[in-house]
Design a protein around this ligand. Sequence first.
Ligand code: TYD
Ligand code: MG
Length: 456
Amino acid sequence: MAKEKSIYSCTECGGTSAKWLGKCPHCNAWNTLVETVAQPPAGTAKNRFASLAPAAAVMTLSEIEATDIARMPTGLDELDRVLGGGIVDGGVVLIGGDPGIGKSTLLLQALDALQRAGMPTLYVTGEESGAQVALRSRRLGLDHSQVQVLAETQLEKILATLDARKPGIAVIDSIQTVYSEQLTSAPGSVAQVRECAAHLTRAAKSGGSAIVLVGHVTKEGALAGPRVLEHMVDTVLYFEGDTHSSFRLVRAIKNRFGAVNEIGVFAMTERGLKGVSNPSAIFLSQHSEPVPGSCVLVTLEGTRPMLVEIQALVDDGGPSPRRLSVGLDRDRLAMLLAVLHRHAGVACLDQDVFVNAVGGVRIAEPAADLAVLLAITSSLRGKPLPKGFVAFGEVGLAGEVRPAPRGQERLREAAKLGFSVAVVPKANAPKKPIEGLTIHAVDRVDEAIAAMRDSA
Ligand code: TYD
Ligand code: MG
């Protein structure tokens, strides 16, 4: 194939350069030049009449027929839940996650189920050989699987295969291994990932195949390659969880065809990933007796309330005490410690403070604040919270406790799982009592600390 000329364009100012430079010659920004395929100059045979071609007709919104999106359920209920009901024709999904977390496993299971349901599928593997994929499918008990496998990394060949076979769904595992002949950059580089994803997205939209791109995650937890990848695709899913525990969460970060922040919960077994349909209690550790520094949070993940144990350890620190968090935001932790000191008189100034959300789950919602504060206070004082205690609520800088969305649902879930005491924001207090649940409705952080002491 004849190589088309590539140029380098600046992501800041759009200026171009014939060769790679560390500094953009136009706007002097550093490290902004990215290789792109040069557009043929205007006036060449290819696009001489482009400006004369009729543009798509302009219509009013009401004239455009609103067709319902056709979806194909994958057969894995928890995956369908995050996708918003199933795979959409021509939809492009990006799925990211740490190595070894189960991306390939999940997608192979989904492809096999779709193939069995009659959808032609294609699994493009760039990381593993066909034999390795076959070995995995045997391990998963997918004998006689009719999933088509292509071990290929060159974009042009992948596109040709997509065009020839027109699968209903194709998985590209992974986008970082795919490269285009038209660029000289190495596979996995920003330029290659962006170019290849753009071509594959276009192929999906024009050919009607759904495409799933597997993406690697950098050390910082973002999808490797440019963030533009997330803008190009319809759906972005992240796999999270602790590789040492068997539970895995798949979270929708972006979804043009469904709700975001919906999660699917899976357990990794020796025969692959199994959906967990009632996950509300898996992120609790089993303490036979209450221990200091542990508070159960009722969090809301998508449409489902879940109970997650928040653990804190407060211990004598050195001259510069440490503040570390796993699964929770560290900046928020620093803020909460300041609020705790200023508005509730609980000081951890010379103490190391560690907090952890059990089970490798990542909690982003501010409604976790109250549980974090109570766990820290409990650890500092060496006093456990009573058995059956839950909390949720956002904490503000002025020491106020703000309501969390859908408080009633959270409380009902806690009651259903046998929890008996809840500390919640005043605005979330239910109008009618919930059977089996004693509720302390609080307005301020110091009231929450007092309620925790009173119920102990
Ligand atoms: P994999 O799906 O290859 O992860 P990724 O594609 O995200 O890198 O690997 C998942 C891990 O799960 C791997 O360490 C082996 C393990 N595993 C099981 O426990 N059970 C199984 O049935 C399979 C196929 C893998
Ligand atoms: Mg893999």
